[in-house]
Design a protein around this ligand. Sequence first.
Ligand code: UT7
Length: 325
Amino acid sequence: MTQFASIAGTGSYLPAQVLTNHDLAQQVDTSDEWIRTRTGIVQRHIAAEGETTCDLAEQAACRALQAAGRSAADIDLILVATTTADQIFPSTACLLQQRLGSYGCAAFDLQAACSGFIYALSVADKFIRSGSHQSVLVVGADTFSRVIDWQDRATCVLFGDGAGAVILQASSEPGVRDVRLHADGRYAELLQVPGGISQGIHLPDYAGPVGTTQMKGNEVFKLAVTTLQAMVGDILAANGLQQSDIDWFVPHQANIRIIQAIAKRLQLPMAQVVTTIAQHGNTSAASIPLALDTAVRDGRIQRGQNLLFEAFGGGFAWGSALLTY
Ligand code: UT7
């Protein structure tokens, strides 16, 4: 009998400190009006000094475990999707395991920038479908504020910090119906944090800034819209579903104009789209599980409903998922 991965519980966490558009307008040449109309963002949360990605992940994971009625001892795999790991190693997943006390189970990080959660969801789904694992904790967590140049108005207004988590449980019913992953490394330079471990943080052949997010926003925007519009159509067709079969669209929260363009392609009213971008900004790998948990907890998403996820980000890496909650 096929074993599916179904969502047993969700959780999320946002750091306490809020940074509004008005606050940013005091620091760089921007305005609340520009940020709202171009992106849909009103505010974002920023991790406190010393507060790390693992700290955010721990809170989100504990809330997801509680919602699922599980303890850490029930978990047999921990996956953390992040671009902003606490340390070079151990992985944030191992650091998180230490906090949760679920010693002995497998734990690893996965990096696919803003698409990290969908990539991790796909891995978890395959572990569960194979029968090798029963209960998987999937966390998307990022402290993107740590890789932002706070003097660069083109990027600093876009991102925020946060974490979201789901407990995926083996079940005879779906659950996760399909996950589709894609990447095209030819676009690496359009969205990147130059510098790193093996290249070194100082790049002799690169004149631009290192260690902070560099984005050709307009080019990313256009490619994101066309790629995502095609992808959501593909995943529905491949599963024999119509737009009308989707109860909730839970997209990556990068720009409200991108989300509106995809919803239009799906002919879905915005009332069926979960948007948290106004309050959270772009939280990278945390963005989808944060939005999911928000709509589960406020009662919009109900058991038995069909959900569509999509994400697009650095790499480029992108993906989509169809689930029944
Ligand atoms: O999650 C990963 C994937 N990321 C994305 O999907 C992000 C995709 N890109 C975007 O969301 C949009 O491209 C942005 C929001 C980043 C920018 O919006 P845009 O409508 O594409 O603006 P633009 O980059 O074409 O810039 C328009 C103008 C420029 O001024 P000039 O050259 O026309 O005089 C910018 O200098 O807006 C200016 N600008 C700003 N003005 C006020 C750029 N950033 C700001 C700012 N405040 N923060």
